[in-house]
Design a protein around this ligand. Structure first.
Ligand code: DGL
Length: 264
C-alpha cells in the first residue's frame, strides 16, 4: 500500500534531523528514511551543479528505497535544486527555505536578518525571495559556515558556540533586527545558544514545524497519510564514514539508530 511507504528526508549532514524531529512530532505514525550526505558536505560552499547532482542522486536512492515522498531538509539544496527535482521526479517533493515572509510580517523595527549558508544566499531563488520583501523591510543576510561545523562536530553547546553566535548575531541586534531567521536546518540544533544571545531583543524564526505541517497537508491531499501503523521505524543512511557518523546521528536523533553507510 502506498500509504505505508516511508517518507524520505535528506540533508548534507545531520542538520536535517531537525526537520525529521518536527515530522515525527507532527506525523508520529509515518516511517522515515533519512539520508545524510556527509561524504559530500558541507553543501554551503559547493557549486550549484554539485548540489544538483547530489540531490538528484539522493532522491533516486530514496525512491528506490520505496519512499512515497521526499523532504529536502536542507535550505541550500532546496533553493538551488527543488524546481529541477520536481521536474524530474513524479513523487511529492517538499522543501525548506528561509522564513523571510513570516519575519517580514512580524517585524516592528522593519529590519530582519537571515542566517544561512553562502550557497543559499547566492542562489537565484533566494535573491528573488529577498527582492520580493525588501521593499517592505531591510533584510540582512549573512553566511554562518561555522554554525554548520559546530553542529556536525557536536559542539553546539560549547563555549565556542556561544562566542560564534555572539559574533554572528550581536551586530544584527545592535543594528535593530527584531527577527532572526534560521535559514539552515543545522541551526535549529543551536537554538538554545541562539536564544541565549538573542534574549528578548528579537524573535527567532525556525521553519521546521511549518515544513512538517506542509508535509502533512501534501500527503493528506494525496490520501497518502499513514495511520494505524503498528511497525513504526526510522532508518538512517549516510555517504560518510560509519564510525564518524554514528555518534552525531544517534545523539542528535536522541536514541540509538540503525545506520547504513554506502559509497554514493
Ligand atoms: N543544512 C543545510 C541547509 O539547510 C546546509 C548545511 C551545509 O551543508 O552547508 O542549508
Amino acid at each position: 500500500m502506498e500509504k505505508q511507504k516511508p517518507i524520505g528526508i535528506f540533508d548534507s549532514g545531520v542538520g536535517g534531523l531537525s526537520i525529521c524531529h518536527a515530522i515525527r512530532r507532527a506525523l508520529p505514525e509515518e516511517n522515515l528514511v533519512y539520508f545524510a550526505d556527509i561524504g559530500f558536505s558541507p553543501y554551503g560552499v559547493k557549486s550549484k551543479d554539485i548540489i544538483n547532482e547530489r540531490s538528484e542522486y539522493i532522491v533516486s536512492f530514496l525512491i528506490n528505497q520505496g519512499c512515497k515522498a521526499v523532504v529536502v531538509a536542507c535550505n541550500t539544496a532546496t533553493v538551488n535544486t527543488i524546481s529541477n527535482l520536481r521536474a524530474k521526479f513524479s513523487i511529492p517533493i517538499i522543501g525548506v527555505e528561509p522564513g523571510i515572509k513570516p519575519a517580514a510580517l512580524q517585524s516592528k523595527t522593519g529590519i530582519i536578518s537571515v542566517l544561512a549558508t553562502e550557497q543559499t544566499l547566492e542562489s537565484d531563488s533566494f535573491q528573488r525571495l529577498m527582492a520580493k520583501y525588501s521593499k517592505a523591510v531591510k533584510i540582512n543576510a549573512i553566511a554562518c559556515p561555522k554554525f554548520v561545523t559546530l553542529v556536525e562536530n557536536l559542539e553546539h553547546y560549547s563555549e565556542q558556540a556561544v562566542d560564534v553566535a555572539e559574533q554572528y548575531i550581536r551586530p544584527l541586534l545592535t543594528e535593530g533586527s527584531d527577527q532572526i531567521i534560521l535559514g539552515c536546518t543545522h541551526f535549529s540544533f543551536l537554538r538554545t545558544i541562539i536564544d541565549q544571545v538573542v534574549g528578548q531583543e528579537a524573535n527567532v524564526i525556525d521553519t521546521a514545524a511549518p515544513v512538517a505541517m506542509e508535509v502533512n497537508r501534501r500527503l493528506d491531499k494525496l490520501n497518502l497519510l499513514n495511520s494505524k501503523n503498528t511497525d513504526i521505524y526510522a532508518e538512517f543512511w549516510t555517504s560518510g564514514d560509519y564510525a564518524k557518523v554514528i555518534e552525531p546521528m544517534s545523539q542528535l536523533w536522541g536514541q540509538d539508530i540503525h545506520l547504513f553507510a554506502i559509497r554514493a
